[in-house]
Design a binder for this molecule. Structure first.
Ligand code: PDD
Length: 286
């Protein structure tokens, strides 16, 4: 069964705090009409920020890449106010932020005088207990665009991929481009092969995950070798462990991969994933 999600009690929209049913956006908002917007999701552990600067930097990078003139760091104050207002200052929660290009008559080019539409809200999230989970996943072709480094609100290809997985009873869909794994529909992807951690290099084919960067840092601190190199689907026979990472996912081991209705991978080990989970908990909770 698909998990049910509820709305937050309040959202921040263009400078006002509103009940969701009162928060309205024009039908000519370019986010609604064209998916012309950027989003970000940033975690708070018992109300304490984790890598907020990095999340805001990524938001700024994405806004700059699409020439959307907005200062991502101006949201910092709003974020803390949102957490206070939602009474989540001592809880695990995450902040959703979205900036669209705003309202203008529909054009394929950027309008000159649109004002960005800014939406922000905080929601409770379960960040504990991920170390007890495992995921059986599927793999399909990566049908996304060629700028996956831009965290665009236009997520239809990700949504279609995730829906296909969830409808078939899988936890996630791992995406494959020209035979090489890129990432999950909403997670970064790691492989352990002969004791070396592999992950797709940064660039236009993946989102530069903030959790991904922290995992790479933990590996380096622990002396675990990392190769930022894509893994081909034919290499799965040599892979011992696979795990996915993300702000709400944290670090979850992949126990099996099904591709074209055939099981193409079963995990044989979990020791490196377990070690990384343990250190990740220390870093996020200390
Ligand atoms: N998704 N890759 C994709 C395609 C993602 O959508 C995400 C996160 C990640 C992990 O990135 P990070 O570690 O910075 O969260 C990788 C967010 C959480 C979402 O869409 O809700």
């Amino acid at each position: 069964m698909k998990p049910k999600k509820s709305y937050p009690k309040e959202v921040y929209l263009n400078g006002s705090w509103l009940k969701p049913e009162k928060a309205q956006v024009s039908v000519f908002d370019r986010g609604f009409m064209l998916g012309d917007g950027i989003y970000e999701v940033s975690p708070f552990y018992k109300g304490k920020a984790f890598k907020l600067k990095e999340h805001l930097q990524r938001l700024q990078y994405c806004l700059d890449e699409i020439s959307l003139d907005f200062d991502a760091f101006s949201l910092e104050e709003v974020i803390y106010e949102a957490i206070e207002r939602a009474k989540l200052s001592t809880e695990d929660c995450a902040v959703y932020m979205q900036v669209t290009r705003g309202v203008a008559p529909r054009t394929h080019y950027y309008p000159e005088d649109a004002r960005p539409t800014v939406l922000l809200y905080v929601f409770p999230v379960i960040l504990e207990g991920f170390e007890k989970k495992t995921w059986d996943v599927m793999a399909t072709e990566d049908k996304r665009w060629h700028r996956c480094d831009i965290k665009s609100t236009a997520l239809l290809a990700n949504v279609m991929a995730n829906e296909e997985a969830v409808a078939a009873g899988f936890a996630e869909n791992l995406l494959v481009r020209k035979g090489y794994f890129t990432e999950g529909s909403h997670s970064s992807l790691f492989f352990v092969k002969y004791g070396v951690v592999h992950t797709h290099p940064e660039g236009p084919q993946i989102l530069s995950g903030i959790t991904r960067a922290e995992v790479i840092k933990i590996c380096s601190d622990l002396g675990i070798k990392v190769r930022e190199k894509a893994v081909h689907i034919d290499e799965l026979v040599e892979v011992e462990e696979i795990f996915v990472t993300g702000t709400t996912t944290q670090i979850i081991p992949v126990t099996s991969i099904t591709h074209k209705n055939k099981k193409v991978y079963s995990a044989s080990k979990d020791s490196i994933t377990k070690k990384l989970q343990q250190f990740f908990i220390e870093r996020t909770r200390s």
